[in-house]
Ligand binder design. Structure first.
Ligand SMILES: Nc1ncnc2c1ncn2[C@@H]1O[C@H](COP(=O)(O)OP(=O)(O)OP(=O)(O)O)[C@@H](O)[C@H]1O
Length: 279
């Protein structure tokens, strides 16, 4: 089983310019290998909290511990973290393969030593294969569609074998079909690699499909954490075992969105967001 990370956040506060509490006394836990989605209105502090989890933003007060759980026991050294952003941010002068090798050139590989160029290329090819982009390894970003660029960006995140994957509105600029396809891809990668995942999104359906728990934020506070009944304890198992699949198979293929459970939980999250905005 690959290593993964638990997060324990206690009373975390980030104050900017001595005035705004972008994150205010936030407390939550994420178990190893679980997926946590953060939803809430624009400006409520989601990205700031994600940056805290990534170790890119210091806390004004409170604590955040990331603990790696692996075959060699528990470790509190900083976990391997990868980010996927809304913009794929590929270097235009590099082909896909060279964009994916970039993190391996900049940081030591998890084994401790920086891999040789031939090893870097091989790891990047494997990552591109995992996102079904092997055929585009030699193309430049301008030769790729938006969805393809995002796949390369995901491959670049995967290549360092992250224990913690952070996604900030990754598919917000893509159309619905692409969103669905890439959401399914991220789910498949999570099942395979068992990394812990934190997703920031404005899209409730995406939060439900890609999480085990949903944290609702408002004005810097985490106002509630909802267990996702559709995905809870679903790690490495088929979602059809979690809920009644009969109503979701109309088109022949299982689609969680067609289940009554999905509609019901969508309503619960929407109500929670509405409640938060009016209190
Ligand atoms: N570096 C900064 N300096 C000062 N204020 C900041 C800084 N970064 C964020 N803020 C403020 O903190 C608050 C939370 O911002 P944040 O980007 O975390 O919200 P968000 O929920 O991710 O918003 P969106 O959904 O629009 O991306 C906002 O009021 C923002 O203006």
């Amino acid at each position: 089983m690959p290593d993964s990370v638990s997060i324990h956040c206690r009373e975390a506060t980030v104050r900017f310019d001595d005035s705004i509490d972008a994150v205010s006394k936030v407390t939550f836990q994420i178990q190893p290998g679980r997926r946590f989605a953060l939803v809430g209105q624009s400006g409520c502090g989601k990205t700031t909290l994600l940056r805290v989890i990534a170790g890119l933003q210091d806390l004004t007060s409170g604590t955040l511990d990331a603990t790696t759980h692996g075959s060699e026991g528990r470790s509190t050294s900083r976990p391997r973290v990868s980010f996927v952003f809304q913009q794929p941010a590929l270097l235009p002068w590099r082909r896909s393969l060279a964009n994916v090798t970039l993190p391996l050139e900049l940081a030591p590989h998890h084994s401790g030593a920086k891999p040789l160029p031939v090893v870097r290329d091989e790891l990047a090819r494997q990552a591109l294969d995992e996102v079904e982009m092997s055929n585009a390894a030699n193309r430049f970003p301008f030769q790729l569609s938006g969805g393809m660029k995002m796949r390369v960006s995901i491959a670049r995140a995967l290549v360092t074998q992250p224990e913690l994957l952070l996604l900030d509105e990754p598919f917000a600029s893509l159309d619905d079909l692409l969103r669905t396809q890439l959401g399914d891809l991220v789910t498949a990668l999570w099942r395979k690699h068992c990394f812990t995942m934190v997703l920031v999104t404005h899209n409730i359906a995406e939060a439900i499909l890609l999480s085990d728990q949903i944290g609702v934020m408002h004005q810097g506070r985490l106002v509630s954490v909802l267990d996702n009944p559709l995905n809870h304890d679903a790690a490495a198992s088929n979602p059809t075992t979690q809920i009644d699949a009969s109503s979701a198979n109309a088109g022949g293929e299982f689609d969680m969105r067609r289940t009554p459970e999905f509609g019901e939980f969508f309503g619960v999250v929407s109500d929670e967001l509405r409640k938060a905005a009016t209190t």
